[in-house]
Design a protein around this ligand. Sequence first.
Ligand code: COA
Length: 202
Amino acid sequence: MGEGTKPAGGLPVINMVGERVALGPLQRDLLPSYQRWVNDFHTLRTLGLRPAPLTLEAETAWYDGQGDSSTITFTVYERSTWRPVGNTGLHAVDHRNRSAVFGILIGEPDARGRGYGTETARLMLDYAFTALGLHSVMLSCFAYNLAGHRAYTKAGFKEIGRRRQCRSMGGRLWDEILMDCLATEFESPVLGKVFVPDGPRG
Ligand SMILES: CC(C)(COP(=O)(O)OP(=O)(O)OC[C@H]1O[C@@H](n2cnc3c(N)ncnc32)[C@H](O)[C@@H]1OP(=O)(O)O)[C@@H](O)C(=O)NCCC(=O)NCCS
């Protein structure tokens, strides 16, 4: 399917559109995809979740718990096909201190390594700073997650510290890397053109 071609069921509901990906609300009918993504042990290798079977009931309970105002989660769509390829979210959203924690999962293996993670991280920073007015967004990634570390760096995150040797993988212990980005260090790619006051007519 070419760029901009409509999928059979029409376009999904979308909040933000980038060059390669678009972000929209979670959708109940996508629960089987969400569940499939978090049952892929290769994907879980670089996530904080324990590698264990996760039932559709457990995934549905996660979905039903998403109304909480401290967590804001999106579906990531590939723009060229409009297929859902992952989830991303802000967690621990704290409006008093203007901070949040970023998370991401590009669940379709063939959608990785195409710049989608980088652009998703950038769109989520834009959302956090421009739409929500937050000031500090943090993430953590394991030191062996080279794709993640590179994608986050390209999106605008900087390393701020490490929890040493707290993650076992491939027979050795690895650091957990903490990264952050501040609103003052970030230039809005999309929403800066959306969240503007009306000008007078004529
Ligand atoms: C981590 C993740 C979000 C990255 O998203 P992605 O779409 O694959 O990443 P991108 O294509 O935007 O960027 C990856 C970058 O890392 C580079 N990269 C990939 N593997 C690499 C490796 N082994 N060594 C060095 N660089 C590597 C790519 O070349 C690319 O950089 P470039 O654009 O300069 O060439 C995605 O792979 C994912 O969701 N993985 C599974 C779950 C997960 O790890 N979630 C995040 C937990 S912190």
